[in-house]
Design a protein around this ligand. Structure first.
Ligand code: SF4
Ligand code: SF4
Ligand code: SF4
Length: 256
């Protein structure tokens, strides 16, 4: 008898849905994936829903208390949970709001209707449920997603680099932007995108999250030695890494 295909489901929380669009893109360029897995729920692409799946890919951050119940429900139903993209993995750009008092932001955006909207500080989904793997990036890398599906089908976990972007940048023989006095977070950012931005002459903004134990002090020193303005470093770090680098501040705002 033919072995049943792994049942795969996709879920979205707070995000722009760009990672799900990248998945759709990957399914078009790698249609063979559709004969390796059975997609049973994917709001972006189909209307069917189910309570039974083996692998849940979750896009988006947890930004409401009510998200927690839904996340726990997905976790209970799935053997494997994968955080899909920066919003789910690190909080992503959504975590920028953690630098402010949430009620103040709500009033600015919704004015007198602000009480009708639920909002909370932003958290990566790993702060609410246990995750088994993550695919970083904003958006995710299509090739990395395809490799992740292959690994999961073979019963292993996706292998995500834990070394910095600089290594890939050097392999591309790019002239270092920091050496030219231009801001770049490559030394503390997780590789895997092939140093996409520095290869185009744009400083890395850290969308893939940090390597384990990033040396911020050394990065600050290099920025100052190379005459990059300190506010440039702060501004770059706040785009994707607010939650990763300032979880204590988040809690301070929450209790204020
Ligand atoms: S990680 Fe980026 S592309 Fe993916 S959902 Fe979040 S904002 Fe969109
Ligand atoms: S340009 Fe950025 S990523 Fe490339 S070597 Fe310099 S600091 Fe590292
Ligand atoms: S270079 Fe940095 S910002 Fe650009 S895609 Fe790679 S990790 Fe993201």
């Amino acid at each position: 008898m033919k072995k049943p295909l792994p049942k795969v489901a996709f879920f979205d929380f707070t995000g722009c849905e760009g990672c799900q669009l990248t998945v759709l893109d990957a399914l078009q360029t790698h249609p063979d994936l559709l004969s390796a897995v059975e997609i049973v729920e994917f709001r972006e692409a189909m209307s069917e829903k189910t309570d039974a799946y083996d692998v849940a890919f979750i896009e988006g951050s947890c930004t409401r208390v009510s998200d927690e119940t839904r996340l726990r429900c997905i976790r209970e139903r799935s053997k494997i949970v994968v955080a899909l993209g920066a919003c789910a993995h690190t909080g992503g750009v959504n975590a920028m709001r953690n630098n402010h008092i949430i009620d103040d932001l709500k009033r600015v955006v919704y004015e007198e209707a602000s009480d009708h909207f639920e909002a909370h500080h932003t958290r990566p989904i790993s702060e609410v449920i246990l995750i088994d793997a993550f695919i970083p990036g904003c958006p995710i890398d299509r090739g990395e997603f395809v490799q992740a599906i292959k690994a999961l089908c073979m019963g292993t976990m996706p292998v995500i680099p834990d070394y910095p972007i600089c290594l890939e940048c050097k392999l591309h023989e790019n002239a270092c932007l920091l050496q030219q006095g231009k801001a770049c977070l490559g030394p503390i950012t997780r590789a895997g995108c092939g140093a996409l931005c520095p290869s185009l002459g744009i400083g890395c903004e850290g969308c893939r999250g940090t390597i384990p134990n990033p040396n911020l002090e050394a990065l600050e020193m290099i920025f100052s030695e190379k005459h990059c303005a300190p506010h440039e470093l702060r501004s770059m770090l706040s785009l994707f890494l607010t939650h990763t680098l300032n979880p204590k501040e988040v809690l301070a705002h929450e209790s204020s």
